[in-house]
Ligand binder design. Structure first.
Ligand SMILES: Cc1cc2nc3c(=O)[nH]c(=O)nc-3n(C[C@H](O)[C@H](O)[C@H](O)COP(=O)(O)OP(=O)(O)OC[C@H]3O[C@@H](n4cnc5c(N)ncnc54)[C@H](O)[C@@H]3O)c2cc1C
Ligand SMILES: *[C@@H]1O[C@H](CO)[C@@H](O)[C@H](O)[C@H]1NC(C)=O
Ligand SMILES: *[C@@H]1O[C@H](CO)[C@@H](O)[C@H](O)[C@H]1NC(C)=O
Ligand SMILES: *[C@@H]1O[C@H](CO)[C@@H](O)[C@H](O)[C@H]1NC(C)=O
Ligand SMILES: *[C@@H]1O[C@H](CO)[C@@H](O)[C@H](O)[C@H]1NC(C)=O
Ligand SMILES: *[C@@H]1O[C@H](CO)[C@@H](O)[C@H](O)[C@H]1NC(C)=O
Ligand SMILES: *[C@@H]1O[C@H](CO)[C@@H](O)[C@H](O)[C@H]1NC(C)=O
Ligand SMILES: *[C@@H]1O[C@H](CO)[C@@H](O)[C@H](O)[C@H]1NC(C)=O
Ligand SMILES: *[C@@H]1O[C@H](CO)[C@@H](O)[C@H](O)[C@H]1NC(C)=O
Ligand SMILES: *[C@@H]1O[C@H](CO)[C@@H](O)[C@H](O)[C@H]1NC(C)=O
Ligand SMILES: *[C@@H]1O[C@H](CO)[C@@H](O)[C@H](O)[C@H]1NC(C)=O
Length: 536
């Protein structure tokens, strides 16, 4: 017994001091919550070492900010967490869920912290973060070609671990190495091999989830409904995903990459127009993405600014097989051998992530994001090619923004993506979509946020006639609260949630609501865009 006493004294002191502060009930709840959590482990040092509150001033702040990827949100909207828990094991997550239920503290789970609207680390109402950063083991089985990956892992850590172990296995997921597995895998996961191997969710074969009752479930014990929901419907409505088991894919030892840029003066409009007719139909070994922005013109053009399209590509094969395909399907681009580089899959990861040639693989382990600017993103799907005059309107918008600040990404679909049925996973954007558009704007001056956000909203309005309709669909992983949000408590009605729900999931939204109703009827796991149970 005497073992407990010093910490009980500490908590009495904490309680006393919080009782006299302003928001008594919130502070009360967090104090009782923390006391509950530590008491589950007899106030041991090991549980105390994973709890950060504002009283642990500098470590709290650095943990909070180190994966709060959008400084715009930190500076402007909502509240910071009352505490951050960085669990080292599943029991600590179970205890966190039990205690937060008991004391009505909302929890938000954060893996890589890349949520576009900061839903994993900012809120309008009081909350606690469960930050998965310490749960990042990866175990690769080269006999089965599978891997168990804990959700606190970043894509960079995953790619680096695979790349060091084998030259012929890989995984299909996004480009940015600091993105977290937890959010990315549960929301989709598009990358350079998606046309051949599908999204990250299409390669998930098992998972470990802790539900609202604190039970640890695998695919068998959770059942196929919940297992379906966490492959594209997001984790945050259903539980804490601790790990995913995935199928690794075979890649050739040698792949080919290129990144060629063209400007208006080099017929960008016609090239992008033509690209829309071939991008989804190309050999599925070839992914040809387009990045568009407005850049400073070479002086000789006599104009200040021009539009630059970068055609960025991965081909799962050799140059000699790539060139004839490009010559046949897209001769206008004028791709030649010297534009292309043969390399390994893991080196291509470094290339697409923007690391200089020759960087060691370990740069992928760095969890600090390279760019730390204010950011707003949006998305669309395109089902009919955009006419040239439509593209020219986009160029006007790009030229209106500050140089290099606005960017559009056109990512090709087709290939295997169009053979998987819309209801196979909650991610419904399959056949019939030529490409997705990602709109992004970055800025550094916090007093100019309004102008940049207005710009991207006006561009989105302009695009209405050219993109999918009824509903105008969007990619869940490019989270956008402009398309609809739940009420401030996150316990919204079906009607309110269906505004954004049908845009992300189309007809899968109703099944997500049914799963939610079954696994979390009291809506314990909720946020500004979480699936509501049907009773509310
Ligand atoms: C720079 C950048 C590049 C990107 N590139 C791509 C790309 O190439 N392809 C692509 O498809 N997407 C891309 N994205 C989008 C990315 O997939 C999503 O933002 C994704 O949700 C981020 O996951 P995270 O774990 O880093 O984010 P977090 O902010 O930690 O989480 C996102 C959401 O998932 C929930 N969540 C996180 N972990 C768990 C868990 N373990 N259990 C339950 N719920 C959880 C959170 O509560 C939150 O609601 C990119 C984003 C950024 C910022
Ligand atoms: C605190 O918890 C009680 C239940 O113990 C709940 O009724 C109350 O709403 C909570 N307060 C806040 C601000 O969450
Ligand atoms: C999990 O964490 C708790 C609290 O920190 C600790 O008491 C327990 O021993 C840990 N369990 C395992 C299996 O490591
Ligand atoms: C935070 O501070 C408390 C009280 O000083 C301490 O017990 C705890 O270990 C600290 N947590 C961390 C993660 O340092
Ligand atoms: C642009 O297109 C025109 C007409 O189709 C063609 O004559 C010209 O050579 C092209 N320019 C470049 C740089 O490809
Ligand atoms: C893609 O590449 C593989 C392996 O090189 C090859 O077998 C296959 O035929 C290619 N796919 C197509 C559609 O050409
Ligand atoms: C753009 O170019 C014109 C001359 O062509 C020049 O007068 C003007 O200052 C330039 N604007 C910017 C923003 O550089
Ligand atoms: C492709 O080229 C453009 C223009 O030079 C550059 O901005 C972009 O970063 C390059 N992309 C990659 C993946 O190297
Ligand atoms: C990690 O990346 C950040 C941002 O690019 C950089 O400043 C830092 O030096 C890197 N750290 C290491 C150890 O490479
Ligand atoms: C930021 O923007 C404001 C408003 O436009 C401007 O007054 C200020 O000079 C800018 N600050 C910097 C550092 O550019
Ligand atoms: C949401 O929760 C708040 C606070 O717990 C409650 O006052 C409100 O009635 C709830 N709204 C709905 C639609 O359930």
């Amino acid at each position: 017994m005497e073992y407990y006493s010093p910490r009980i004294t500490f908590f009495s002191f904490l309680l006393a001091s919080l009782l006299i502060s302003r928001s008594v009930s919130v502070d009360n709840n967090i104090t009782y919550f923390l006391e509950c959590l530590t008491s589950q482990f007899h106030f041991s040092d090991s549980i105390n070492s994973v709890i950060y509150t504002p009283r642990n001033a500098s470590s709290f702040s650095s943990i909070f900010l180190s994966s709060a990827r959008n400084p715009f949100l930190v500076s402007t909207s909502g509240q910071r967490p009352l505490a951050i828990i960085t669990p080292n094991n599943e029991s600590e997550i179970q205890a966190t869920i039990r205690c937060s239920k008991k004391h009505d503290t909302q929890i938000k789970v954060r893996s890589g912290g890349h949520d576009y609207e900061g839903l994993s680390y900012i809120s309008q109402t009081p909350f606690v973060i469960v930050d998965m950063r310490n749960l990042r083991s990866i175990s690769i089985n080269t006999k089965e070609n599978t891997a168990w990956i804990q959700t606190g892992t970043t894509l960079g850590e995953l790619y680096c671990t695979i790349g060091k172990k084998t030259k012929t296995l890989a995984f299909q997921a996004g480009i940015c190495p600091t993105v977290g597995v937890g959010g990315h895998f549960s929301g989709g996961g598009y990358g350079m091999m998606a046309r051949k191997h599908g999204l990250a969710i299409d390669n998930i074969i098992d998972a470990i989830v802790i539900n609202a009752n604190g039970q640890i479930l695998d695919r068998y014990s959770m059942g196929e409904d919940l297992f379906w929901a966490i492959r594209g419907g997001g984790g945050s409505s259903f539980g804490v995903v601790v790990a995913f088991k995935v199928k690794l894919i075979n890649v050739p030892k040698i792949v080919t990459i290129f990144n060629v840029s063209r400007t208006l003066e080099q017929n960008v409009t016609q090239l992008v127009h033509k690209w829309q007719y071939i991008a989804d139909k190309l050999d599925e070994n070839l992914s040809l993405r387009v990045f568009l922005k407005s850049v400073k013109s070479p002086i000789s053009y006599g104009k200040n600014r021009t539009i630059q399209a970068s055609f960025t590509s991965l081909f799962l094969g050799r140059i000699e097989d790539l060139l004839p395909i490009m010559q046949e399907k897209f001769p206008e681009l004028g791709l030649v051998e010297r534009d292309c580089t043969e390399t390994s899959w893991i080196e291509s990861i470094l290339f697409f992530a923007g690391f200089p040639n020759g960087s060691p693989l370990d740069v992928l382990l760095n969890r600090t994001q390279q760019i730390n600017a204010y950011f707003k993103g949006k998305s669309d799907y395109v089902r009919e090619p955009i006419p040239e005059h439509g593209l020219e309107g986009i160029w006007k918008f790009l030229n209106e923004e500050d140089e290099n600040h606005g960017e559009l990404q056109f990512s090709p679909y087709g290939g295997i993506l169009s053979t998987i049925s819309e209801s196979e996973t909650p991610f419904s954007h399959r056949s019939g979509n030529i490409f997705s558009i990602h709109y992004g704007v970055v800025w550094n001056n916090g007093s100019e946020s309004k102008r940049h956000i207005n710009w991207i909203r006006r561009l989105y309005m302009y695009m209405t006639p050219f993109v999918s309709k009824n509903p105008r669909t969007a990619y869940f992983n490019y989270r956008d609260l402009d398309i609809g949000r739940n009420n401030i408590q996150g316990n919204t009605s079906y009607r309110q949630a269906s505004v954004w729900g049908f845009k992300y999931f189309q007809n899968n939204f109703d099944r997500l609501v049914r799963v939610k109703t079954k696994v979390d009827p009291s809506n314990f796991f909720r946020n500004e865009q979480s699936i509501p149970p049907s009773s509310s």
